[in-house]
Ligand binder design. Structure first.
Ligand code: PMV
Length: 333
């Protein structure tokens, strides 16, 4: 058995074009419907897992600072899951560095748990293929399962009557897509979101009168989005993505008490994206569990559109393209 193994992995965030919102199992993190995303080529997270035999607790550093109690608990539970499967007991030191603010709806948890899953599974010698890694990453943060893969990715919810529900729910790269898409992130706010996505999702499922209808539309949106991507039909991709994201926000805003991530600045930018479209630009918006707006557009137009969005919002923008799968960057004994 190797001692003092240190493993580093890198993973990128992904942004869903058809969203995951609503769990059917809180413990296993099983979603109510499939979702479909693009892994980005910007904002990576790098995580090192260093096994520390002899220690009695895990140590977690996020961007050089000891993790708060909640983050520490989530990461320790995640490592416990791997330890229980591998029969290993060693505690670990986890060091994560992000290139994007955490908890602002910029998918840092997706990149974070994908990098952690790969680094920790390798350090504990769990011997998992990419599909199994995606199942494992899902247990840290649902959307993280999609960041195991690059490009365009579908997360299969799995059948409710599957004999082993954990096995039934995993991500898969879609290899039949040739659409060249750009995504502009407008960093309207980088503070922590007021309500965690876990809590917001739960509240939406249990109290929003709109949720059932949005879920039914989402189940149709996944195959429709896949077909539009395959046809390289940007207008259909944009239309479905924007409608799906705005619908998701409507479900949370109609929860009790409401979950409101969209700020006046978000609404102003959403309106601007629609106004650009009216004058012939190919721009469509999507948003996640936070106030930031992401804009889909053709890559050739992205620098010009990003400059306009930066001028209108007075905030920085970043242009992303489809990015790579999670990968190991170093292993040492
Ligand atoms: O994986 P979580 O628990 O952070 O949930 C992410 C949910 C959304 O980002 C809003 C949608 C998605 O599919 O990524």
């Amino acid at each position: 058995m190797k001692a003092y193994t240190s493993v580093t992995a890198i993973a990128h965030p992904n942004i869903a074009l058809v969203k995951y919102w609503g769990k059917r199992d809180e413990h296993l993190i099983l979603p109510m419907a499939d979702s479909l995303s693009m892994t980005l080529n910007i904002f990576p997270t790098t995580t090192t897992v260093h096994l520390t035999p002899g220690r009695t607790t895990d140590r977690v550093l996020i961007d050089g600072t000891p993790a708060d109690d909640e983050a520490h608990r989530r990461i320790t539970e995640f490592l416990d899951l791997i330890r229980s499967r591998t029969g290993r007991r060693d505690r670990a030191q986890v060091e994560t560095s992000n290139t994007v603010p955490v908890g602002a709806g910029l998918a840092s948890s997706a990149a974070g748990f994908a990098a952690l899953a790969l680094a920790a599974a390798t350090a504990y010698e769990a011997d998992l293929d990419a599909t199994a890694l995606s199942r494992l990453a899902r247990r840290g943060s649902g959307s993280a399962c999609r960041s195991i893969f690059g490009g365009f990715v579908q997360w299969h919810a799995g059948q409710p009557d599957h004999p082993d529900p954990d096995r039934g729910s995993y991500a898969e790269q879609l290899n039949d897509i040739h659409l060249d898409l750009a995504l502009i992130a407008v960093l309207l706010a980088t503070g922590r979101k007021p309500v965690s996505s876990r809590e917001a999702m739960n509240r939406t499922v249990t109290t929003s009168p709109l949720f059932t209808d949005w879920l039914a539309t989402t189940r149709d949106d996944v195959p429709a989005m896949h077909a539009a991507l395959k046809d390289a039909d940007l207008a259909r991709v944009g239309f479905i993505a924007e409608r799906n994201a705005m619908g998701m926000h409507a479900t949370m805003e109609s929860a009790t008490p409401p979950v409101i991530y969209r700020t006046p600045a978000s609404h102003q930018l959403l309106e601007h994206v629609r106004a650009m479209r009216r004058r012939g630009e190919q721009t469509w918006a999507t948003m996640d569990a936070g106030p930031n707006v992401k804009v889909l557009c053709p890559p050739a137009a992205a620098p010009r559109i990003a400059a306009e969005l930066a001028a209108v919002s007075g905030r920085p923008t970043a242009i992303a393209r489809p990015g790579p799968a999670a990968a190991l960057t170093s292993e040492s004994c």
